[in-house]
Design a protein around this ligand. Structure first.
Ligand code: AMP
Length: 398
């Protein structure tokens, strides 16, 4: 995939054109009300810009995981919230293809925005069925994908349609790809990757891809326990996966071969219970009591990681260092978050973080805004870290 072939929609003439924008309006809704509008506020400037440049803006999105058409998964309340946040009327059509959509779009003036109903109300969406793809493409002159978070799926509205219309990347898509390019594909060196979280088994492709690319690989969370145990270190009752000792040792061997430094804890915070306020103590890494669990890294490890980060120019982060949701086991994660944020703010570091738990931890630490880029795309972000080609991006980069 040649990312240089991506065309930003900002470079296209859209005046008098029907522009189909694949956005990600899949926001959390509680009791019929949008409970977190972050995705909506981010997508609005791009939509308004197209409208201001004289396009008819036709928004496609999935919402939830409906098996069939139903009221609960309708995008209508989301479209209403979008309109009130945008401060302008936004039309809505009860279907994303067919006469209902065609007529609603015909009635929309240039300079207007319309949201079409949930693409997943059609079974053809997820199987990328040609008939649905053709019906979607018939609605517009130009296709814009501005939903990086849905680009790991080869669906009708994320991939199929890009083969039938002149296709462009939207501003959010460009922003995300530029951030990932500058941290994974062509980073300023030295680069560090922080890969934490619960289990090695869920992140083997991420570790395998990154160990071949970065200069320092900081392994956190329950995953570090598996790496320690694989080397014969006692981890008591900690979360660990003995079935993945071999994988851990292979990753360490690969790191050694290419001169990538693997950073594991030298001291640990342990507790006998996995609950808030549980009595905890700090031990050297080999001294985990048999009846205790490692739930965070100790102060010496925090200082060591800080020294490693100090030497780096780029940091990529997915997964917490400890069980940060439960006090006091978030200290190592929060300390690293504060340091990376401060260095980024001072212009000394490019920092890109992503994944639900990681973003939650940065928000708890109150430093998300100081990172160079925080990705809200869960699955797509991880697949990019795995080095996989995202079908929705590849279709734009042909
Ligand atoms: P993941 O979804 O794989 O990124 O894992 C995130 C989860 O890992 C969070 O809920 C953390 O609480 C958990 N976690 C991090 N460190 C540990 C640990 N040492 N023991 C158990 N769970 C952990």
């Amino acid at each position: 995939m040649n990312l240089d072939k991506l065309k930003p929609i900002s470079s296209a003439d859209v005046k008098g054109k029907r522009v189909i924008v694949r956005a990600d309006l899949n926001v959390p809704v509680k009791d019929g009300k949008v409970s977190d509008a972050t995705r909506l506020t981010r997508v609005i400037p791009g939509l308004k810009d197209l409208a201001a440049r004289g396009a008819k803006v036709i928004v496609l999105s999935h919402f939830g995981r409906p098996k069939e058409r139903n009221t609960k998964d309708s995008l209508k309340p989301v479209a209403e919230t979008l309109a009130s946040l945008a401060g302008m009327p936004i039309a809505f059509a009860d279907d994303c293809v067919g006469d209902v959509a065609v007529n609603a779009i015909a009635a929309l003036p240039f300079g207007g925005i319309i949201v079409l109903e949930n693409t997943r109300f059609h079974t053809g969406e997820e199987v990328n069925r040609p008939r649905l793809v053709e019906a979607m493409a018939a609605l517009g002159d130009i296709y814009v994908n501005d939903a990086f978070s849905a680009a790991h799926r080869a669906h009708a509205s994320t991939e199929g349609i890009a083969h039938l219309l002149p296709s462009y990347a939207g501003p959010l898509m460009m922003e995300e790809i530029n951030a990932l390019k500058s941290s994974v594909e062509a980073p300023q060196r030295p680069t560090a990757a922080v890969v934490g979280g619960a289990k090695v088994s869920t992140k083997i492709p991420v570790l395998t891809n990154l160990v071949a690319k970065v200069d320092k690989l900081i392994i956190g969370g329950g995953m570090a326990n598996t790496f320690l145990q694989a080397q014969g270190v006692k981890v008591g009752k900690s979360l660990a996966e003995p079935d993945f000792h071999k994988t851990a040792l292979e990753i360490m061997a690969k790191a050694k071969e290419r001169g990538c430094e693997i950073v594991l804890p030298v001291d640990i915070v342990v507790a006998r219970e996995f609950k808030a306020g549980a009595a905890s103590s700090v031990h050297a890494v080999g001294d985990c009591p048999d009846d205790a669990m490692i739930l965070d890294f100790g102060p010496k490890t925090v200082a060591h990681i800080a020294a490693v980060i100090e030497t780096c120019r780029t940091v990529l982060w997915n997964g917490p260092l400890g069980a940060f949701e439960i006090a006091p086991f978030g200290e190592a994660t929060f300390a690293l978050a504060r340091q990376v944020a401060a260095l980024s703010k001072a212009g000394k570091l490019v920092s890109v973080a992503g994944g639900g738990d990681t973003v939650a931890a940065l928000n708890v630490a109150g430093v998300a805004d100081d990172f160079t880029y925080v990705s809200s795309a869960g699955g797509a972000f991880l697949e990019w870290l795995e080095g996989r080609e995202l079908p929705g991006v590849a279709a734009l980069a042909r």
